[in-house]
Design a protein around this ligand. Structure first.
Ligand code: MRU
Length: 355
């Protein structure tokens, strides 16, 4: 797939494939400053935790292009723009992670002029961008061994190339298994209300020639009962210190059904998605999005005027429902609190009890 996040040095802007119009139109959205970058994040021109992180890193650079370099308070102005970027969406911790990495680089550089900070940040954003693709490829190789030749894998939402800088997390595991010569087919849950599964997962897998069938979200129980699902692999927006996982609304239900039908349920996420400051899923903020995404499909209203709806964008899957967490450093097994701490602090994941 062509790169969907690109920085144009010529135009000094960030170019994003506009995911709101996929699969019907491949439009480019231009981020030229902080405001347009925040708009792109909030309206889901770009979405998926790692892709949000990469975009935010470029957003920090774009912020340097709009502060007044002659003003004595340019640092205050810049910090305000960074705060606004970090708050664009609440659940995916990769957003805050990327802004923190940029801020740490600023602190390390000391009292440098704005122009120097700008070039430091642009180079760093490009590095984060390139590293994300490498991380996903390594993660895919680790996760590939969890899948067997002939498996049908269910996934929820889009945790693919479009949700990252490239290759994907959950879809990276599937691509990794295929790269090792295994035949894998995919069930993409449609993922109401934004339809990331039907629109985006099906789009990128079909483009790569990977067999995919889209299923309504409410078909999961039947498909599992019929024995049509061998494994589930999903991505994550934030993983708490105890291994509880925030991911797209509906993931928790899929995990419960997987448990009931003896289907192994795996999560794939890079280390930037882990949040040791959040002890459990109970403390993860859940984004509450506009009712319009539920009341309408496109411009067509499907609920009666005035009726209220729920639009929580994420849910929490408790760690006890998870068979393993694939990271770029290996596959983590229960007890996840221990394995996660070891991975983040010592680089040596505990894979001993993986079933
Ligand atoms: O609201 P979205 O589309 O940003 O939600 C995305 C997800 O829930 C993904 O599964 C998650 O970010 C992992 S992406 C590799």
């Amino acid at each position: 797939m062509t790169e969907h996040i690109q920085f144009s040095d010529d135009q000094n802007v960030l170019l994003l494939l506009d995911q709101r119009y996929l699969p019907n139109r491949e439009d480019t959205f231009v981020c030229k400053n902080t405001e347009t970058t925040i708009y792109a994040l909030q309206t889901m021109v770009v979405r998926g935790a790692p892709a949000i992180g990469v975009t935010a890193a470029y957003g920090c650079y774009l912020a340097t292009q709009e502060v007044d370099r002659d003003a004595t308070e340019w640092k205050t102005q810049l910090n305000q723009l960074l705060d606004a970027l970090a708050d664009a969406r609440p659940t995916a911790v990769n957003l805050r992670w990327a802004v923190t990495v940029m801020r740490e680089a600023w602190n390390a550089a000391g009292d440098i002029p704005l122009a120097e900070l700008a070039s430091t940040w642009l180079a760093l954003a490009k590095k984060i961008h390139a590293e994300d693709i490498e991380i996903n490829t390594v993660m895919g190789r680790h996760g590939a061994d969890l899948l067997e030749d002939g498996d049908t894998v269910m996934t929820h939402c889009n945790a693919g190339a479009l949700a990252t800088a490239g290759y994907g997390t959950a879809l990276g595991v599937i691509r990794g298994a295929i790269d090792k010569g295994k035949k894998i087919s995919v069930i993409a849950n449609e993922t109401r209300p934004f339809l990331q599964g039907a629109r985006l997962t099906a789009y990128e897998l079909a483009k790569d020639g990977i067999p995919v069938k889209v299923a309504c979200d409410n078909a999961t129980a039947l498909l599992m009962k019929k024995g049509l699902v061998d494994k589930v692999v999903v991505g994550a927006d934030r993983i708490a210190a105890n291994g509880d996982v925030a991911n797209k609304i509906g993931t928790y239900g899929v995990a419960l059904l997987a448990k009931a039908h003896g289907v192994p349920f795996y999560v794939a996420a890079p280390s930037s998605t882990f949040d040791l400051d959040t002890p459990s899923g109970d403390q993860i903020p859940i984004e509450d999005r506009t009712p319009r995404e539920v009341t309408h499909i496109g411009d067509h209203q499907i609920t009666p005027d005035g009726v209220e709806v729920f639009n929580f964008a994420f849910d929490i899957t408790p760690n006890e429902l998870i068979a393993g967490i694939v990271t770029e450093k290996g596959v983590l097994a229960a007890p996840f609190d221990v394995a996660i701490r070891e991975m983040i602090q010592h680089d040596t994941p505990n894979t001993s009890t993986l079933g």
